[in-house]
Design a protein around this ligand. Structure first.
Ligand SMILES: NC(=O)c1ccc[n+]([C@@H]2O[C@H](COP(=O)([O-])OP(=O)(O)OC[C@H]3O[C@@H](n4cnc5c(N)ncnc54)[C@H](O)[C@@H]3O)[C@@H](O)[C@H]2O)c1
Ligand SMILES: [Zn+2]
Ligand SMILES: [Zn+2]
Length: 409
């Protein structure tokens, strides 16, 4: 079968790979009818989430039809139409029972302390073969597959696999509630769902920060007040917009590949700005010891801690920061003293997808939200690498790419 395979930093290919088989009686094999490319995949190719094993099939977002199940799979049957939550969990251990599926004690073959298990990730996450393929093996299928109602389209369903639950999780982490003011950093696909979720949870005003015009436009069309960080200092702008107080909640939907402003702000080169730039340079070296840019592609962000620095500054006293942007283990930079002295609350992590998917299915069925508006591109698997490149370059108009694996045949 065809699949997108990681070969090295800056080197991914569409390869012919063996089809997956059942490895345990709790497994299922799913024939994928939809997959997608995520900002998380970009970290691997850019080198800012290191330790990928060559030969790993990429991708952790998928929907499909169950093709076979092991003897011990009871809730899922051959022929079911399902969404695959990105993170893998056993459903039985203590964290799973409490809803913390991303901290499952059993799913990660590297042991209970290893952290989140997910498809198509670095060695420390399994590794498990990913979902940008024609078929995939799903461990603990009773927990890691969720049946889809027929009223939900494929285009809506693919967003339930990762980014809608993650945006929703971000809004919950940031303690968004009725009447709160919320700043969302990053207007990629995850940021879009953080905005939508903040709205669902009753935020009074939502501010969205990015610099890509088409993404800011999409955020505006969802009701956010937008700030281009290359045109305005986002901290000053957010203070002005909140009568000097700052915002109640911040969601970091950018992560390690954050950039610092290109124009305007860096023109006013002060000693403190120079020190900040050299600090960012050091951070990039630490998080991405190996990079392999190719023309305009696969460039790591140039300011890994930019967003958390802005977040701590623009929050009001006693505000809450929810971090869903991904950072690698080696990343140590955070303005702790400033956050401590403002009595801020910090919450973060990988989404417990399995916990939120059923309630989000319900929101779609009831017509509260149509997530499919975020899908801007459809691609056949044959053009997956080109799609990766366009998404990586953040070409205008490219927000979420849905791949159709079966079209490769
Ligand atoms: N926690 C989780 O479970 C989870 C799940 C899925 C994705 N993620 C993470 O969420 C993040 C976003 O994913 P995505 O698919 O939307 O990625 P993306 O790369 O498409 O979007 C990131 C956006 O951030 C913007 N940006 C860069 N620097 C910025 C800055 N200083 N201020 C404001 N915006 C800035 C970029 O222009 C881009 O639009 C990634 O780090 C991804 O790994 C986390
Ligand atoms: Zn994803
Ligand atoms: Zn578990």
């Amino acid at each position: 079968m065809k699949a997108v395979v990681f070969h090295a930093v800056g080197d991914i290919r569409l390869d012919e790979v063996p089809e997956p088989t059942l490895e345990a009686q709790t497994d299922a094999i799913v024939r994928l009818t939809g997959s997608a490319i995520c900002g998380t995949d970009l970290h691997f190719v850019r080198g800012t989430m290191a330790d990928m094993v060559p030969g790993t099939v990429l991708g952790h977002e998928g929907i499909g039809i169950v093709e076979s199940v092991g003897r011990d799979v009871k809730q899922i049957a051959v022929g079911d139409r399902v969404v695959i939550p990105s993170t893998i969990a056993c459903g039985q251990c203590e964290p799973c029972k409490q809803g913390f599926f991303a901290q499952c004690n059993q799913a990660n073959p590297n042991g209970p302390e290893a952290g989140t298990a997910f498809y198509g990730g670095p060695k420390s996450t399994g590794p498990f073969q990913g979902l940008q393929a024609e078929k995939a093996r799903v461990p603990f299928a009773d927990t890691n597959l969720v049946k889809l109602p027929s009223t939900i389209s494929d285009e809506q369903a693919i967003l339930l696999s990762d980014i809608f639950p993650t945006g929703y999780f971000g809004a919950i982490l940031a303690e968004v509630g009725p009447g709160k003011t919320v700043a969302v950093f990053g207007c990629g696909p995850v940021g879009m769902f953080a905005i939508a979720s903040a709205k669902i949870l009753g935020a009074s005003r939502i501010f969205a920060i990015d610099t890509i015009a088409s993404r800011l436009e999409m955020a505006r069309s969802q009701g956010a007040e937008v700030i281009d960080y290359n045109a305005q200092d986002p901290v000053e702008a957010l203070k002005q917009l909140t009568s000097g107080r700052g915002v109640d909640c911040v969601i970091d939907a950018v992560g390690v590949d954050a950039n610092h402003p290109e124009r305007g702000l860096v023109d006013r080169v002060s000693p403190s700005k120079r020190a900040e730039k050299s600090q960012f340079k050091q951070e990039v070296k630490t998080v991405a010891p190996k990079t392999n840019p190719d023309g305009d592609n696969w460039h790591p962000g140039d300011a890994p801690s930019q967003v958390v620095r802005w977040a701590v500054k623009c929050l009001k006293k006693v505000g809450t920061l929810g971090i869903i942007g991904v950072y690698p283990m080696q990343h140590m930079s955070f303005p702790l003293g400033e956050a401590m002295n403002k009595n801020l609350t910090l919450k973060m992590g990988n989404c417990n997808h399995r916990k939120y998917i059923p309630e989000l299915i319900d929101l779609i069925v009831r017509g509260v939200i149509d997530p499919s508006t975020v899908v801007t591109q459809h691609g056949h698997m044959a053009s997956a690498i080109d799609a990766y490149k366009a998404f990586d370059k953040r070409e205008e108009g490219w927000v979420k790419v849905m791949l159709e694996p079966q079209a490769a045949e």
